[in-house]
Design a protein around this ligand. Structure first.
Ligand SMILES: Cc1cc2nc3c(=O)[nH]c(=O)nc-3n(C[C@H](O)[C@H](O)[C@H](O)COP(=O)(O)O)c2cc1C
Length: 209
């Protein structure tokens, strides 16, 4: 009787474990929504004007901070901004400093590829792994967003300007802690384009026998 109870318990425990997929299932993206989500994500640079729903962005932030990170130090800070005053304010200053960009992109709503919601990601400058942690957080945010139909674009381009004196007054509003520095921005929004995949060099990742 005791043996039977153990056998039933073992079977129940096995049923709770994720079961390994067959090789065919593993390579078939259609049956694996996680892989499909990864392979269909593209940087979106045209957005509808309305900001992303804040409940959705809260979930995106939650996915971000659940990324793996060195010794769980969580050496990141994220500020999500959907206030057009802040995004447009920064854009106005940027355009004044870069008249050629202002001319080239005169129809642009803002300097963040027109994304109506922007995440500013800062890293702890006293911790060497912090930029890696932030990159993993960023990818979790972008992939979770995409899984809910929200487009995104990671942007390093605006960072030097955002760290400059010209942007300091507005950037102070984000309230990053001492020792934290801006690393990346990510634009989020409801996509107004469906870009094709940019080619990847498969030889960059290979087996070694
Ligand atoms: C660290 C980093 C910085 C980037 N900076 C910019 C940027 O400033 N502006 C931009 O339009 N895209 C930027 N991108 C997006 C890349 O151009 C894009 O991910 C790459 O071309 C591959 O295209 P895909 O994301 O559609 O697969 C950046 C991406 C990363 C990871």
């Amino acid at each position: 009787m005791k043996k039977l109870c153990f056998a039933v318990l073992a079977m129940m425990m096995m049923a709770c474990q994720p079961q390994p997929q067959t090789v065919q299932e593993e390579v078939n993206n259609e049956v694996n929504p996680v892989i499909e989500n990864i392979l269909t994500r593209r940087s979106v640079r045209k957005y509808q004007p309305q900001a992303v729903n804040r409940d959705t962005m809260s979930l995106v932030m939650k996915c971000g901070i659940n990324a793996p990170n060195a010794i769980n130090r969580q050496a990141w800070e994220v500020r999500v901004v959907d206030n057009p005053e802040i995004l447009n304010g920064l854009t106005e200053i940027y355009k004044k400093q870069n008249p050629e960009m202002a001319e080239r992109e005169k129809d642009a709503r803002n300097m963040f590829r027109d994304a109506p919601t922007v995440a500013f990601i800062a890293y702890d400058t006293t911790f060497s792994y912090a930029p890696v942690d932030c990159a993993l957080l960023a990818e979790n945010m972008m992939l979770s967003a995409w899984s809910m139909g929200i487009g995104s674009v990671c942007m390093g381009g605006p960072v030097p300007f955002l760290k400059s004196d010209a942007a300091a007054e507005i950037m102070k509003k984000l309230g990053f802690s001492e020792n934290y520095e801006l690393l990346l921005t990510i634009g989020f929004g409801y996509p107004a384009e469906a870009p094709a995949a940019r080619p990847r060099d498969d030889s960059k990742a290979r087996f070694v026998d």
